[in-house]
Design a protein around this ligand. Structure first.
Ligand SMILES: Cc1cc2nc3c(=O)[nH]c(=O)nc-3n(C[C@H](O)[C@H](O)[C@H](O)COP(=O)(O)OP(=O)(O)OC[C@H]3O[C@@H](n4cnc5c(N)ncnc54)[C@H](O)[C@@H]3O)c2cc1C
Length: 471
């Protein structure tokens, strides 16, 4: 094992600072989720050391926050304490033989890519943005384009340490405090503050993906294409044409990929096979006026996206393949001051095509402005008590917030529930407690674990109160 990057003698540093409390802050900070559809004034503290995390717990209610990439109110606590964990960002140990990394929970995938891709390692499981922390990835048990072969984030986590409401720090793994371990995946930061984690990275020969795009003309064709190619390519995701309805419903482009081997890279890429790219070059500098997004502008961008997806080169850098939206910083401002909602659900394969058609028809024929979207097949679910992914079809779509958006999402909740499916809390802003309970049958088991480790509900968030994860 070697220490890398900003690794420091953390134990030494921590013990000398146990008594360190962050200075009291007389003002509140306005925070939002990525969808910017809910904003809350919160007492934000940003601890750097374990002692500071401990000293910053507010018994009236505290929620940890990573990079704020959850779309709704998962990392908001209106009027109460929020612990911004991004300064908790040191690497602690790395084993170059196995790719096992121990780091603080505020380390982001962006940092890991920057520091470990040149050494031939890549995150085993990654969402569609690299601007997420390890703590956030655990709390949402995030999934990526290769869920059907790699599972969700829990599959690459060996253990983590959690600071509980009592101030005690416990290690949780498959064999130690396993109830806390599994309840933390999908636990939305409501059991304790994850301080450090040991995760496994994936060995890569290059930072490029060999990719293939397939244009498909309807839903049956799209689902058949997933079945045909999911065995051949570990990464797969489709973007649907949001203006294709009726017989063309489900038309779109299926993008497939796998990590390119060194020997197959074309000459111009082979000179720097483990290249890492820099920060985004483009940015949306301010919130665009609400009227910027209308049927015409969406029609133009939708057509452009379908063209771009269908004409991808044979080899793409991981930035283009895995994180296309990260190239435009603050792209969420494009939805205007009211923000947007992303609705992501999963429904079982059984009777899935019929149900999916029904839900897609409801979405695409609505008077809302559905826009960016992804369709994917999930593989087996993890043991995470409240993990979102389960075997079936998953679809995620963005809606700019308008007067009747919430109404549509409620109708969708009912359809998803009828299909035996559920909605992803990491993207959600509107789900109510009764529907959440019906969608997540393990809720009572999770609440028992919550009562065991946080009996006074010190960990609380706006989302937790809304969906019934905290009293
Ligand atoms: C462009 C984009 C693409 C995305 N694509 C995907 C995708 O493909 N798959 C997917 O699954 N998700 C996806 N997401 C959602 C994102 O991966 C998750 O919301 C993730 O949890 C965000 O991490 P974060 O560090 O920003 O955490 P935040 O959003 O700040 O917080 C998320 C949750 O984690 C908890 N938390 C954060 N840090 C800690 C900690 N140290 N200890 C305990 N709890 C903690 C918070 O309390 C909160 O409940 C995407 C988001 C965006 C913006």
């Amino acid at each position: 094992m070697d220490g890398v990057g900003k690794s420091v003698a953390l134990e030494q540093q921590t013990s000398s600072s146990q008594a360190l409390a962050l200075p009291a802050k007389p003002y509140l900070t306005r925070l939002a989720g990525w969808g910017q559809n809910q904003r809350a004034d919160c007492d934000l503290r940003e601890p750097e050391l374990e002692g500071q995390v401990q000293a910053s717990l507010d018994p009236q209610g505290t929620v940890p926050r990573g990079l704020g990439r959850s779309y709704g109110d998962a990392a908001l606590n209106a009027g109460g304490r929020v612990l911004g964990m991004t300064r908790f960002n040191r690497y602690l140990a790395f084993d170059d033989a196995t790719g096992t990394l121990t780091c603080e929970a505020g380390v982001s995938l962006e940092h890991i890519l920057r520091d470990y891709v040149p050494r031939g390692w890549f995150p085993m499981v990654t969402p569609g943005t690299k601007f997420v922390t390890i703590g956030g990835c655990i709390a949402n048990d995030i999934h990526g384009k290769a869920h059907h072969v790699q599972g969700s984030f829990s599959s690459c986590v060996d253990s983590f340490t959690v600071l509980l409401a009592s101030g005690e720090v416990l290690t949780a793994s498959r064999s130690e405090n396993s109830d806390l371990f599994w309840a933390s995946f999908g636990g939305m930061g409501l059991l304790g503050v994850i301080l450090t984690a040991t995760i496994r990275l994936k060995k890569i020969e290059t930072s490029y993906f060999r990719q293939r795009s397939i244009r498909v003309k309807d839903l049956e064709g799209m689902l058949a294409a997933f079945t045909q190619y999911d065995h051949e390519f570990p990464y797969s995701v489709a973007t649907l044409d949001v203006f294709a309805t009726g017989a063309r419903l489900g038309a779109g482009v299926l993008s497939l990929g796998e990590h390119a081997r060194r020997e197959e890279l074309p000459g111009h890429l082979a000179t720097d096979p483990l290249r890492v790219s820099g920060p985004p070059k483009l940015t949306v500098p301010f919130e665009l006026p609400t009227l910027t997004l209308n049927r015409l502008s969406i029609r133009i961008v939708n057509a452009l996206l379908q063209q771009i997806q269908a004409r991808k080169p044979a080899y793409s850098h991981y930035e283009d393949f895995t994180y296309p939206l990260d190239m435009l910083a603050h792209w969420n401002r494009g939805y205007g001051p009211a923000g947007f909602a992303q609705y992501q659900f999963v429904i079982p394969f059984e009777d899935g095509p019929r149900r999916l058609r029904e839900i897609l028809t409801t979405i695409l024929s609505s008077s809302e402005l559905p826009f960016l979207n992804v369709l994917k097949c999930f593989g087996k679910q993890s043991e995470g008590v409240l993990s979102f992914p389960r075997e079936g079809y998953t679809f995620a779509i963005d809606f700019p917030i308008r007067k009747r958006t919430a109404e549509l999402l409620q109708r969708l909740d009912a359809l998803v529930l009828n299909a035996g499916g559920r909605v992803y809390l990491g993207k959600d802003s509107f789900l109510d407690a009764a529907t959440f309970r019906a969608m997540y049958p393990n809720l009572d088991q999770w609440l028992e674990t919550k009562a065991k480790y946080d009996p006074r509900c010190v960990f609380a968030s706006d989302l937790g109160r809304r969906v019934g994860l905290v009293r």
